[in-house]
Design a protein around this ligand. Structure first.
Ligand code: SF4
Length: 191
């Protein structure tokens, strides 16, 4: 790649949905479909984004209202054939995922036999998780199964995702766990 065309190439790469979402944590323009942009606003003066409730596999459509990037309101999307503008109590409260004052924003750890939660630095917590993943992978590793067939897999851990994980994240989780040798990979979402 020459110096001349490098910025354009990077720009094209960033426009790929999965790269764009990773770069802006799924909140930027890459997360907004053409249909959403054209949806218009019901509450005057606010930006609107069509989304999907993250709580369960029903996948109710939501309309998310923001002002200057700040979340203002979430309500059921009348254009969704699934919920037709309605939300259950859990979906109606999904704004609290971000704006609930009691929301935990630090890593808490309770060591074996411990009775108190300890605050950890994120980097330390990630290191501890990595150590446990490596140990469990090795402890559960199988070169062959009981019939002697080559399997090269680990039964030391599995992945069970929730509905708050989106398509792109699920894609990366599947790839990552498969690369580690895991075979038990599931998710409750069916949308
Ligand atoms: S609004 Fe309720 S039923 Fe609909 S997806 Fe969310 S949690 Fe599920």
């Amino acid at each position: 790649m020459s110096e001349h065309n490098r910025p354009e190439a990077f720009d094209r790469l960033r426009r790929l949905p999965v790269v764009g979402r990773a770069a802006d944590w799924g909140l930027g323009p890459h997360a907004v479909s053409k249909r959403t942009r054209e949806a218009g606003t019901r509450i005057a003066g606010l930006d609107v984004t069509e989304s999907v409730c993250p709580y369960c596999a029903v996948g109710c459509g939501q309309v998310v209202y923001t002002r200057g990037g700040e979340l203002v309101n979430i309500e059921g999307n009348p254009r969704s054939p699934i919920n037709q503008g309605t939300l259950c109590p859990k979906g109606s409260a999904s704004r609290q995922l971000i704006q609930q004052p009691g929301r935990l924003t630090t890593v808490l750890y309770r060591r074996p036999h411990g009775t108190e939660w300890e605050e950890l630095e994120l980097e330390q917590a990630v290191d501890m998780i990595a150590e446990r993943v490596i140990a469990a992978r090795e402890a559960g590793w199988q070169d062959t199964d009981e019939r002697g067939w080559r399997v090269d897999r680990t039964l030391g851990f599995c992945s069970l995702g929730g509905a708050t994980i989106d398509n792109e994240e699920n894609y990366l989780i599947k790839k990552g766990f498969t690369a580690l040798g895991a075979v038990q990979i599931e998710n409750q979402a069916r949308i």
